[in-house]
Design a protein around this ligand. Sequence first.
Ligand SMILES: O=C1C[C@@](O)(C(=O)O)C[C@@H](O)[C@@H]1O
Length: 263
Amino acid sequence: MKRIDKQPILKVRGKEFGGKGLPLICTPLVGENREGLERELEKVLPQGPDLVEWRLDFFKNIRDFDQVLQAARTVRLRVGELPLLFTIRSEKEGGHPIPLTSEERVGLYETVCQAGVADLLDFELGEGEENFRRVRETSRRYGVKLMGSFHDFAGTPAPERIMATFRQGERRGADLVKAAVMPQKAEDVLTLLQVTLEGRKSLSIPVITVSMGNYGSLTRMCGWVFGSSLTFAMGEKRSAPGQIPIDELKAVLKVMQKALGGI
Ligand SMILES: O=C1C[C@@](O)(C(=O)O)C[C@@H](O)[C@@H]1O
């Protein structure tokens, strides 16, 4: 079986988004200060993720950009050659409440790009066209890749809406797009997988899709077969419902890959 005809690929520090075979495994860090992040990394790194996401919205002193940068440099150093993804999730899309306006979030992304600590940024498409354009411009200037993202912690929108969001990301110049949604019924999981396949076949950039919660955890294991280029797995602590421990995920992926004939 040929997996999917068209395969747009994005390479970041040698890791391929959208390449053949297994998905990349990303482990989120949710430490609330530098020490916490260091402790987390000690547990996470030996488990062999392909990349690490720092969820800045969990960082306690996020208003203090100097502290953020200090922590960022520590994390950067520790992850070494692994790609590092910076994410400031907004509360309305399921993030930790943070005292930063949209304007300040854009500023913080600019700061980390300038400091040369990030490989990838996750910026919500819901932050609006102008903010997205600014983050796109800055990230491009510093050679940082940009993920246009969308999250719904309450439900799974209709497939056309998810696809429309992906196309919006593509139009705005994102390097890849991501949707994480919550299933309310088993059909929602199928919807997400169907959209994954459609996105993979019709977009010019790689896609990442996640269905969260218990039912949704299926997609964390099999989404790659339908075209999701990355899956999030728990290192020390979950950053979203349904994430499974990285070692368990790796074991499942191995079984699936063999059963699928090595695609
Ligand atoms: O958007 C995502 C996906 C995610 O919400 C998940 O469900 O695994 C976890 C987040 O940390 C990440 O930014």
